[in-house]
Design a protein around this ligand. Sequence first.
Ligand code: HEM
Length: 348
Amino acid sequence: MAAWEHLLPRRRWFLLSSLLLAAAAAAPVVHGYGGGGGLTVGFYKESCPQAEAIVREGGAAAGHDDPTTTAPLLRLHFHDCFVRGCEASVLINSTKTNTAEKDAKPNHTLDAFGVIDAAKEKLERKCPAVVSCADILAIAARDAVSLATKAVRQGRWSKDGNLYEVETGRRDGRVSSAKEAVTYLPDSFDGIRRLITRFASKGLSLKDLAVLSGAHALGNTHCPSIAKRLRNFTAHQNTDPTLDASYAAALRRRCRSARDNTTQLEMVPGSSTTFDAAYYRLVAERRGMFHSDEALLRNDVTRGLVHQYMASEEAFLRDFGASMVNMGRVGVLTGGQGEIRRRCAIVN
Ligand code: HEM
């Protein structure tokens, strides 16, 4: 049995989140410089000074209780930004007349909505109608990934106790469509050309694609997302040939059926709650979970970045922060656009 086969899907949460919170509170914070698309670092400095601390507290408490909540918080922001931009359409509930993004198939395994809703409730008590749900998603994603990063926890990273500084000032949208989620969210079977096109359509580069895919250092997947790679791949090949054969065999043993929705598979066996560059080693070994992960090896630029990040975790962490800021600017509503939702699941 290979070393990674026996590993449990969940690891103990050993983060000293309270220490981190204290460090973040004590660190000097740079406020108020302009970002892209009308966003700013420290947008709520005057209007709701506790905004970021309230969101962080909720995320850290959730992470303390269950370390696997960091991954879904990061994924929520991505799934928000890729459909209509980062305007919290992913949080809106379906109604009798509208099936919302939340209920689209690619979103069925999204999680951690409760963490966002709880932060919003607290914020509405402190600063009613000020902090957008879209910003809560962006802050929570930044905090989640920061809390999961060793260099940040150990104070070896300089961004105020965070991996990167998050821009805020987004407003919330009023529309959410399941059909749009199916159309715009990348698929785990996408090849490199499709992925590049999808990212380019959001103003994101090949580099953003390669570095943001590193988010798969965190979290779990479910069997239906990889079933096609494991059995009856084509009429002639049982297994996806781009997946390492022994890894495929191990995954097949875990996934007995394509409909098994309960088995959780760690994206990076043994370290799925630690944010680091381990994902890139797996990709290079053709042990990335998805066809879309392996696809990064099919383009000179993205393949070069896979090797660069394998060699330098520091480069990965630095570039990841920059690309998260880029993603956080996609299609944002600012100024007088949209609204500040009172409850994240319901338009005002
Ligand atoms: C490049 C295209 C991408 C594709 C095709 C893709 C696809 C997927 C799929 C299929 C899953 C597993 C769903 C399941 O079986 O439960 C997943 C999980 C995840 N994705 Fe992606 N993803 C992509 C990019 C990203 C980006 C850009 C981010 C964040 C910046 C991200 C963050 C995550 C995280 C954190 C998880 C684990 C979630 C959890 O444990 O609950 N992904 N992704």
